[in-house]
Structures are given as structure tokens and as C-alpha cells.
Design a protein around this ligand. Structure first.
Ligand code: DAH
Length: 344
């Protein structure tokens, strides 16, 4: 019996110390194989008496079973650790850096628009937009340009049908905003948007371009308010110290109307190729909102007044960044667009 105990103890110890499947297999052969100690114990049976045989046999069988169980247990443990080792080895490092996506930047026209919007938001204006497919009513009629007015020829446009067209100017947003205000004062809006005209495209003309319209209506609004506002805008857009000059002009929706020049930001007013030697650069059209425009929108033109202006965003961008061809804004050449990375 002692021998059985000894064999079992030794075998279990051996099994326990196995660290690989091969070692375990070896231990199985050593202890449970035909020439192993368990088999040897079995052989001892024949020398025992009839009474001793069953107890001893049982003892040896239990020993054999215990070793087999231990081997099985150990096998499971080794299998699990082999699996986790394999998993560890084959692990994919998902934290590895992937391909960096190429990020775009804001389009230069969006940059200028947003810059102007921010500027005016800072002065208490609201940003207003309107439809690009516009009614003749808001684009022309309410802007004091009746159906038979020759001024329509200057803005020959894309008609959808007799009443609808692609808006020719952001003044259409202005007339909508005036109507929306329902006679309530003050109105202070800045209106950016795309506009369309049937033009032959070249370095300075495009059938689609971008404008921004400014409108203020209130009590006692004067041309001086317009001048102060535009001076502020010119300083911010082209650098401090700009001067503003009004030249008489004509628009149907303003009276008086002016063409606004600012001192050249390249030469400071001395005269250079950008300002064609004049020292001045024309940046926009403006004026005092025509009484007809106010009245048509439901305002009493005797009790209030307003100023408005309309600027071409492309023109401002071209002047500011020295771009010589307007088509650059639309052909989406990334080499051109990328150069605006630095203007965040
Ligand atoms: N709508 C004019 C244009 O497209 C620009 C303009 C001039 C807008 C004077 C105005 C303004 O609001 O007062 O050429």
C-alpha cells in the first residue's frame, strides 16, 4: 500500500511540474505506460493472497485514476495557457497610426464672408440669407426696378420662368428682410450669398459670384453712419489707417447713391499697379435706402431712414490676396486652395 502511495505522490509531483504538452505526454508514458510503475504495481497482484487482492487492486486503480485525472487537469491548464500565449503573440496592435486623412480648409470666399459676418455681428447685426432662386418681386420690383426699367438689362439674368430667376444681387435678401421686419425698427442685417448674371466669364467676370449686402434702417440714420461703418470695415479688411471716399453714383434702390473707394492697401495711396496709379480702390456700391424701397416694404419713409451697401466678395479677396483671375475661385485647384491654409 505504501508503494502505491509513493508512486501516486511522485507521479502527481511530476505531472504538476510539467510546463509543456510534450513533457506531459512524457509523464503519461512514464507513469501510465506498459512499463510504468502503475503497471508494475498491477504485476504485484499475483503474489498476493485472495483476501488482499481486491483492496490492493482498488488502491492501484484509484492511484491510476488520480494520475490520469491530474494529467487531464494539467492538459486543460496547458491548453489554456498555450491559447492565451498564441493570442498574445498574434495580437494586432490597433493603436498603430493609420493613414492621416487630408483635411481641407475653408474656401477663401467663405473665409472673407465669415470675416465680414463676424465683423458686423460684433456691431450688433444679424446674419440673414435668402433663396438663390428668387422671385422677380424681391430681386427687381421691391428694389425699385420695375419691369420696363432699363437697369434690368445691366443684370441680364437666368430666368426660371416669368416670375422666378437666379437672383442677380444680394439686394434681393435686403428687400426680403425689409418685408420680414413688418415696419419694426431698427433693422440691422448683413446678408452674404451667391448671385448670378448672364456674363461671359473672363479674368474679372463670372456668371456666378458672391456678394455681401449690409442694411441698417432706423431713426435718423445718415450717410455719415454709412461712412463710419464702411471705414470700420475697410480698416478691418485691409489694415488700419484706410481712408474712405464717396463718389456719386446711381442705383435704383438708393438715393443718394455712392461708389465707395478705399485708399490702396498696397501703396498706401501713392499710386501703384493695383490701384492703377490712382491711390484708390473701388470696393462697393452703397447709398441711402430709397424711400420707395422703404414704403413698398411697409415702412414710413418720413419717420425712418437707412443705408445699404453691396460688396463683391471675390473682388475683396482678389484685392486682399493679390489674386489676378476670378476663375481661380471656382476651378478648385487644390494648389490654389491650399495657399489659404495660413489665413485661419
Ligand atoms: N446690388 C448692387 C449690385 O449688385 C450693389 C449695391 C449697391 C447694393 C448699392 C446696395 C447698394 O445695397 O446700396 O451691383
Amino acid at each position: 500500500m505504501e508503494k502505491v502511495q509513493l508512486v501516486q505522490q511522485e507521479a502527481l509531483k511530476q505531472v504538476e511540474s510539467c510546463t509543456t504538452m510534450d513533457e506531459l505526454q512524457q509523464a503519461r508514458i512514464t507513469y501510465l505506460g506498459k512499463k510504468g510503475p502503475v503497471q508494475e504495481l498491477m504485476m504485484l497482484m499475483k503474489d498476493l493472497s485472495a483476501e488482499e487482492k481486491p483492496t490492493f487492486g482498488q488502491e492501484v486503480n484509484q492511484c491510476k485514476q488520480a494520475i490520469a485525472n491530474a494529467i487531464e487537469e494539467k492538459q486543460k491548464i496547458l491548453e489554456v495557457s498555450a491559447m492565451s500565449e498564441k493570442l498574445e503573440k498574434e495580437k494586432i496592435d490597433i493603436t498603430l497610426a493609420g493613414y492621416e486623412p487630408t483635411l481641407g480648409t475653408l474656401h477663401p470666399l467663405s473665409m472673407i464672408s465669415q470675416e465680414i459676418e463676424d465683423l458686423f455681428i460684433g456691431m450688433g447685426y444679424e446674419v440673414a440669407e435668402g433663396p438663390e432662386v428668387e422671385l422677380d418681386l424681391y430681386n427687381f420690383e421691391r428694389a425699385n426696378i420695375p419691369a420696363d426699367h432699363p437697369a434690368r438689362d445691366m443684370q441680364d439674368t437666368f430666368y426660371i420662368n416669368a416670375e422666378e430667376l437666379l437672383r442677380t444681387h444680394t439686394t434681393a435678401i435686403q428687400t426680403r428682410q425689409l418685408e420680414n421686419a413688418k415696419g419694426q425698427l431698427p433693422v440691422k442685417v448683413i446678408c452674404p450669398g451667391k448671385v448670378y448674371r448672364r456674363d461671359d466669364d473672363d479674368a474679372t467676370h463670372s456668371h456666378q459670384f458672391t456678394q455681401v449686402e449690409g442694411l441698417v434702417v432706423g431713426e435718423n440714420i445718415t450717410l455719415a453712419d454709412l461712412k463710419g461703418t464702411l471705414k470700420f470695415m475697410a480698416d478691418r479688411m485691409f489694415g488700419e489707417g484706410r481712408e474712405i471716399r464717396f463718389r456719386p453714383s446711381y442705383f435704383q434702390f438708393t438715393e443718394p447713391s455712392v461708389e465707395v473707394d478705399v485708399t490702396c492697401h498696397i501703396c498706401g495711396g501713392k499710386g501703384c499697379s493695383v490701384c492703377k496709379g490712382t491711390g484708390w480702390i473701388e470696393i462697393l456700391g452703397a447709398g441711402m435706402v430709397h424711400p420707395n424701397v422703404l414704403e413698398m416694404a411697409g415702412f414710413d419713409s418720413k419717420k425712418c431712414s437707412g443705408f445699404a451697401f453691396g460688396a463683391g466678395i471675390e473682388r475683396i479677396a482678389m484685392l486682399k490676396y493679390g489674386i489676378d483671375d476670378i476663375r481661380n475661385f471656382y476651378i478648385n485647384d487644390v494648389r490654389f486652395l491650399k495657399t489659404f491654409n495660413r489665413f485661419d
